[in-house]
Design a protein around this ligand. Sequence first.
Ligand SMILES: Nc1ncnc2c1ncn2[C@@H]1O[C@H](COP(=O)(O)OP(=O)(O)OP(=O)(O)O)[C@@H](O)[C@H]1O
Length: 248
Amino acid sequence: MSADLRATDLSLGTRLKGVTVALRSGEVTAICGPNGAGKSTLLSCLAGLTVSDAGAVTLEGEALSALPARRRAQAIGYLPQGPEVAWDVTVDVLVALGRLPWQDASSPQGQAAVEAAIATMDLQPLRTRPVSRLSGGERARALMARVLATQPRWLLADEPLASLDVGQALALMKRLREQADAGRGVVLVLHDLATAMNHADRVIVLKDGRLATDGEPDQSLAADIIGAVWGCEARWLGEPGTRALSVS
Ligand SMILES: Nc1ncnc2c1ncn2[C@@H]1O[C@H](COP(=O)(O)OP(=O)(O)OP(=O)(O)O)[C@@H](O)[C@H]1O
């Protein structure tokens, strides 16, 4: 069984045009590109939530579209961009919703997974707080904890750092690295190219719905590619692992 999530020749209107990528478990993959490039659309297709006009997504060799919804939800945790929380539940209850695909929130195993997710996202002090009384960043952490509580083999997150402060963002990237080191696949839509450069194993760049590059961060985010895709004159500063991007 190949431990990968593949999109083959994926097309959807003008949003995706023949995108082929093979994502590997055990890696952190960043999907980057300008606004409207198709990043969220690709991630949603990889999660099985958006159906393409042409092409296919396979999960570990099986067509994603043929998998029962529950098995798919067990395997793939998906955090959309700026998700709404429909009910004003407490953090505890929200995170426990992550066990729905397993239907075991009240079992010792389910509870252990919820506790681990709450601890991982540093949510103990907030666990009895209703979601409506969280700050934007706290809410983002609670929503990530819900995804982690599922303990999916694949973690797909659309701009998971968007509302986090610099310390929380760094902490989350470390946690996601631990998830990859534990053998999970981590796929993140990121606008911050320095985060992608410093923390991803691999960077996929989309432009106008097409694959622009797919490779190691140094290669995919080389200055000439940033120039061609984002239209900025770019220069990387600093050492590998802590690089900063200077753009003009
Ligand atoms: N439901 C939809 N129906 C039709 N077109 C859509 C839909 N959602 C998004 N689009 C369009 O598809 C293109 C790709 O959108 P997508 O959200 O995937 O881009 P993105 O790369 O994630 O952008 P951003 O960085 O702004 O979040 C955009 O031009 C957008 O306007």
